[in-house]
Design a protein around this ligand. Structure first.
Ligand code: FDA
Length: 307
């Protein structure tokens, strides 16, 4: 991250937290968010996934929601995910699911959160499907890793989590989780974290990212690289080709609405590509993280508003 983009990202995160901005954004509603959110509802999202599948792109579906306020709300999200897994099986689309631990109640009742997630992973297993526990901000890192390991201990190995390259602890976590056979998505990291625990500069984050990707590829475990960064994508292509790592051993993941033509191009070149497809009405926090990541995304949204 250079100083300009760090300042931009901090400013955006601060602006996103502002109540007036939030009210204004919510007033313009789905139109603003439609750049990054596939649909308000499950059936619409499934139609988008079917279209992606026709381009050779798989998906991971995310029923938007996070930081909920009650265990009843968490139960409603659990039910939405059970419905989602049934609908994926019924429709035959190529998609797994991603969920947020705080959406399942991690911040209010860790035991109930684990039970909700376990129900979802167990349902996915009936269909031979997979559940990714997204990684949120650092107060939840250890608990998310612990829940994933517990699922594995209970025989539910059709789950996995995410490691964020910006966290200084990540290389150690990567080794431990690989030893336990846990499936991981590797990302740079999307939240603001303090310098005591997280790299702040782009060069350090990229170096850490490459190092954990390489660790995975060298071990021969399936590697999911989630990034829109051309430098990372090209590096992975060159590294795997130079080391004779087959395309079946790794996948690229990108977000819905970002670099869609690049996603299609990679799929056409024979790479595995998975698109993260969010749907639902609780889009505000997801959407503001996307704006904070890249100044250009503000223009994409503005164009959408004027359309
Ligand atoms: P970054 O934003 O660093 O941009 C680097 C460069 O990429 C840009 O300078 C530009 O060259 C190029 N680029 C990026 N976007 C482009 C565009 N639209 N058009 C053209 N060029 C572009 N985070 C987290 O903390 N927990 C999680 O669970 C997840 N999950 C997740 C899933 C998936 C599928 C993805 C893709 C990402 C996440 N993330 C995440 C988010 C992640 O941590 C990170 O914040 C974003 O991916 C942004 O970092 P990038 O590496 O994509 O590029």
């Amino acid at each position: 991250m250079n100083i300009g983009s760090t300042l931009y990202s901090k400013a955006m995160t601060a602006v996103a937290g502002n109540r007036a901005v939030k009210r204004l954004t919510l007033r313009y509603g789905r139109k603003l968010a439609s750049r990054f959110v596939a649909s308000d509802h499950l059936q619409g999202a499934l139609r988008e996934v079917a279209a992606l599948n026709r381009l050779g792109i798989s998906a991971t579906l995310d029923a938007l929601g996070e930081g909920i306020g009650s265990t009843d709300e968490a139960l409603a999200y659990r039910d939405e995910y059970l419905k989602l897994l049934d609908a994926i099986a019924d429709s035959g689309v190529r998609a797994n699911v991603s969920l947020k631990p705080t959406q399942m109640g991690l911040a209010i009742d860790a035991g109930a959160c684990f039970r909700n997630i376990r129900d979802i992973v167990a349902r996915a297993r009936q269909y031979g499907n997979f559940v990714r526990l997204d990684m949120e901000n650092s107060p939840f890192t250890q608990a998310t890793i612990d829940m994933t390991l517990r699922l594995y201990r209970e025989g539910l190995t059709n789950a996995g989590t995410v490691l964020q390259a910006y966290l200084k602890r990540t290389e150690g976590d990567a080794r431990d989780l690989m030893d336990a056979g846990v499936s991981l998505r590797l990302v740079k990291g999307a939240y603001r974290e303090p310098a005591a625990i997280a790299f702040q500069h782009k060069a350090e984050i990229v170096a850490s990212f490459k190092s954990i990707i390489q660790l995975h590829l060298d071990r021969g475990v399936y590697t999911a690289v989630a990034s829109h960064d051309d430098a990372i994508v090209s590096w992975v292509k060159a590294y795997t080709s130079k080391n004779g790592i087959p395309k079946e051993k790794f996948e690229f993941q990108m977000l819905y609405g970002l670099r869609m033509s690049e996603q299609a191009r990679l799929a056409k070149e024979g790479y595995r590509v998975r698109c993260y497809v969010p749907y639902g009405t609780m889009w505000y926090p997801y959407y503001t993280r996307r704006l904070a990541e890249k100044p250009g995304n503000l223009w994409l949204v503005a164009k959408n508003l004027l359309r």
